[in-house]
Design a protein around this ligand. Structure first.
Ligand code: PEP
Ligand code: MG
Length: 334
């Protein structure tokens, strides 16, 4: 079946009724771009930038960052690329940002919190992203067919930025205004902390989009360290508590007419991907290897059917019960 999917023409992600659900790739370096495009990625929903910083004892210069971002953005001309600013701390500690020993690093100075305490690093990163986008698009529009507006648009890459570990409106306003000040046009936040889901209506007044990081959202909703084997059974995004939070964000996004993405591992589980769409998620981003199976599963369900699966999942009493109920109902769809 996998071989068939690979040989078939790569159609855009869509439900059986034609509702488009763009399928995007999670990438950690520019080297993975070609493979993602070959597997049908319609853009990048999560570009993790930590790789640039991992071995560094201090943050890389703006110029070094521009060169790396430019290389990656060139692979996605004509598409959207969502770049996550540096997510340092907890499972991704960096010596130059996380110097204090913390008792509970997952609850400590990580993501946007660490960047707010070292604003220079965030300013440099946003500046580098704005410069890289401008460079790619300047060359792109120069070479586009003379004066053809559609060709000029197709030759451009669209950079969106998002911040990890955002807790509330204060974090959101801080990040979005800094991004705009530094020349990035589209700025959103990740929903990884349950408080953000609860406040999603307020957040959408300010953010251009929300992308749900189900790995951390699950960790924080169930209060179970994602790195700790003894509580791994709680790290399950099928948990109805996690799915209800996703539903809150989905409703707020629909009311605000703004995009809601998922870029955590949950998006790579084909049946769960359908449930997420039923909860109001409008784009899915995943490891490129999962694109074919998710594309195939989405095509088997209409939006009304996805919403029915979502209702069953949020009304289940456990992650296992949600998975079972959805599996049974889904078998009835085409
Ligand atoms: C997530 O938390 O779901 C996510 C996408 O970010 P990461 O796994 O890199 O923390
Ligand atoms: Mg995360």
């Amino acid at each position: 079946e996998r071989a068939d999917a690979a040989a078939a023409p790569l159609t855009p992600g869509a439900l059986a009724d034609g509702t488009l659900i763009p399928l995007l790739a999670n990438l950690g370096s520019a080297d993975q771009a070609a493979e993602a495009v070959a597997l049908g990625a319609e853009g990048v929903g999560l570009f993790r930038t930590e790789f640039l910083f991992l071995d560094a004892t201090e943050a890389p210069s703006v110029e070094t960052q521009v060169a790396e971002y430019e290389r990656m953005l060139r692979a996605f001309v004509g598409k959207k690329v969502v770049v996550r600013v540096l997510d340092a701390g907890a499972d991704k500690p960096l010596s130059f940002l996380n110097d204090e020993k913390e008792e509970n690093p997952a609850l400590g100075l990580r993501g946007i919190r660490a960047l707010r305490s070292s604003e220079r690093i965030l300013r440099d990163q946003l500046t580098a992203l704005a410069i890289a986008e401008a460079r790619v698009n300047r060359y792109g529009s120069d070479s586009a067919a003379g004066g053809d507006a559609a060709a000029a648009r197709d030759a451009k890459v669209e950079v969106w930025v998002m911040a990890p570990m955002v807790a509330d409106l204060d974090d959101t306003e801080y990040f979005v205004s800094l991004a705009r000040e530094l020349g990035v046009r589209v700025a959103g936040v990740m929903a990884e902390v349950p408080s953000l889901a609860v406040l999603a209506d307020q957040v959408f007044d300010v953010a251009d989009f929300v992308s749900i990081g189900t790995n951390d959202l699950t960790q924080y909703t169930l209060a179970a360290d994602r790195l700790l084997g003894s509580v791994a059974h709680l790290q399950d995004p099928w948990h109805p508590a996690v799915l209800r939070l996703v539903g809150m964000i989905g409703r707020a996004g629909r009311d605000a007419a703004k995009p809601v993405g998922v870029c955590g591992e949950a998006a790579a589980d084909p049946l769960l991907a359908v449930v997420l769409v039923g909860l109001g998620v409008t784009t899915l981003s995943m490891t490129p290897a999962a694109l074919a199976d998710v594309r195939g599963e989405l095509a088997r369900h209409t939006l009304a059917e996805a919403q029915e699966l979502a209702r069953a999942a949020v009304n289940a009493t456990s992650a296992a019960a949600a998975r079972q109920a959805v599996t049974r109902l889904a078998a009835a769809n085409a």
